[in-house]
Design a protein. Structure first.
Length: 253
């Protein structure tokens, strides 16, 4: 399979059937439609200029997508991470760069997708996005990944811990100091240079990645640059049944 729009990134959505916290969540129905189709239709509506593929690990996901007119690629079940699934799919697609939108991100916007494509123009291996923190409780939450970046927009570090540490206040952070600290919450959206994507799975996992369980740290530990674009549009990622309820509540009546 060849990408006939080689100068434009392709969007590849990695889709895994099983999920520890929310079994078979991508097929969970919200208002009669699987979460995966909410995401697929959102991407097609928001960013129709990008070729769109789904890298799935189970025929039931492929059947769901193809019945609605989306193209899927069946990949191996035993990939360690979604990035490896993307690499397998792109070995067949042949895109020069790849935008990764998660299958459980049904509120992704076209502006975010285009910002990821633009981020790759900064001579980096990876582009991603972050949004300013608004709530101190979110800043303290280890499930909300933090990122600090250099003045040129390149990532310095990602962590589940609250970074940067506000030493003057002994680490205490309120809504006012959050605004002054410009703390950034990482969004799980990425774009990859295809050559890096093909190499990523062969890189030895690093110490920071294994401690934090954040695979983007592998790239930093091996010396690759990551551009972090700033957005003020947040997303709702669906990791639990409660998140699905929150997503439905955010839909128009």
């Amino acid at each position: 399979m060849e990408n006939d729009m080689s100068n434009r990134p392709s969007i590849i959505v990695p889709a895994r059937l099983e999920s520890t916290r929310f079994p078979r969540k991508l097929l969970h129905q919200v208002r009669g439609k699987p979460i995966l189709l909410w995401t697929a239709e959102r991407i097609r509506a928001e960013a129709p200029e990008f070729p769109l593929y789904f890298a799935v690990d189970d025929p039931s996901l492929a059947d769901c997508l193809e019945a609605a007119g989306f193209e899927s690629i069946l990949t191996k079940v035993d990939h360690v991470c979604g990035t490896d699934r993307l690499a397998e799919a792109n070995a067949r697609i042949g895109a020069a760069s790849v935008i990764n939108v998660q299958g459980d991100e049904p509120l992704v916007t076209g502006a975010q997708i285009r910002a990821l494509a633009e981020g790759l123009q900064h001579d980096v291996a990876i582009a991603t996005l972050a949004v300013p923190f608004q709530e101190p409780a979110d800043f303290a939450d280890p499930n909300q990944v933090k990122v600090v970046r250099a003045r040129n927009g390149h990532a310095l570090c990602f962590s589940r811990s609250p970074i940067p540490f506000a030493r003057a206040s002994g680490g205490a952070v309120d809504a006012s100091s959050l605004a002054q600290n410009t703390c950034l919450r990482h969004l799980g959206l990425y774009a990859y240079d295809a050559d890096f994507l093909a190499r990523f799975g062969r890189l030895e996992p690093g110490f920071l990645e294994q401690v934090e369980q954040l695979e983007q740290l592998r790239a930093l530990e091996h010396g690759y640059r990551i551009h972090v674009g700033l957005t003020h549009e947040s997303t709702i990622g669906i990791d639990t049944p409660e998140d699905a309820i929150a997503f439905e509540a955010a839909l128009p009546a």
